[in-house]
Design a protein. Structure first.
Ligand SMILES: [Zn+2]
Length: 165
C-alpha cells in the first residue's frame, strides 16, 4: 500500500488502528490520537512554533498552535503522532517543532516523523482514488488543490507526498 519505510517500525496493532481509521477520508486524526491515549490541546504557542509533544507522569501531551490554519494544524498533529509512534524514548524531554518541523532533534528524526505523518494523513489509496476522480476535469495546480481539499491537507503537503513516491 505504498507506505514508507518507517511505517514498518510500527507494531501490528498500531498499524491496524491507523488502517481502520483511514477507511474514512479525510483521515480523523483526533480519533487516532485518542486510540493511542494522547491528550491533544490547541495552545497559544510562539508564532514560529507549530507543535510540541511531551510525556510526563505517563501521559503524552500534544500541543498544537491555535493560530495556525486548520490544514497546518492537522499536519502538525500527524507529525506529533508520528513522533509518539517512532520516538517514544525522546518524549520525556519533549520535542518542540518549529514552522519547518525542525526541532532540537536531528534532521533524520524529523524526516522520519514527516514520512510517517504523510503515511497517516495522506494514505496512497485515497490519494490515487482522488487523483483519478478529479483528473477527469482538472489538471496541474487545480488538480492538486481539489485532491488536497478532500484530504484536508495543504496542496504543498500533497506535492511533497507525491515527490516521495
Ligand atoms: Zn518533529
Amino acid at each position: 500500500m505504498n507506505k514508507s519505510k518507517v511505517w514498518h517500525r510500527l507494531n501490528p496493532s498500531q498499524q491496524s488502528v491507523i488502517n481502520r481509521i483511514q477507511a474514512e477520508c479525510p483521515v480523523k486524526l483526533g480519533a487516532i490520537a485518542q486510540e493511542f491515549g494522547l491528550v491533544v490541546k490547541l495552545a497559544t504557542l510562539t508564532a514560529n512554533i507549530s507543535g510540541q509533544i511531551k510525556e510526563s507522569d505517563g501521559v503524552v501531551n500534544i500541543k498544537i498552535n491555535r493560530h495556525d490554519v486548520k490544514t497546518r494544524q492537522r499536519y502538525t498533529l500527524a507529525h506529533e503522532i508520528a513522533h509518539f509512534l517512532l520516538h517514544r524514548e525522546l518524549l520525556g524531554d519533549g520535542i518542540t517543532d518549529d514552522v519547518l518541523y525542525r526541532s532540537s532533534q536531528s534532521t533524520a528524526i524529523e524526516r522520519e516523523a514527516d514520512s510517517l505523518a504523510a503515511d497517516i494523513i495522506m494514505p496512497m489509496n485515497h490519494v490515487e482514488r482522488l487523483i483519478k476522480k478529479h483528473s477527469a476535469d482538472k489538471k496541474g495546480e487545480l488538480l492538486y488543490e481539489a485532491v488536497a481539499e478532500e484530504l484536508d491537507v495543504s496542496p504543498t503537503a500533497l506535492k511533497n507526498r507525491l515527490d516521495w513516491n
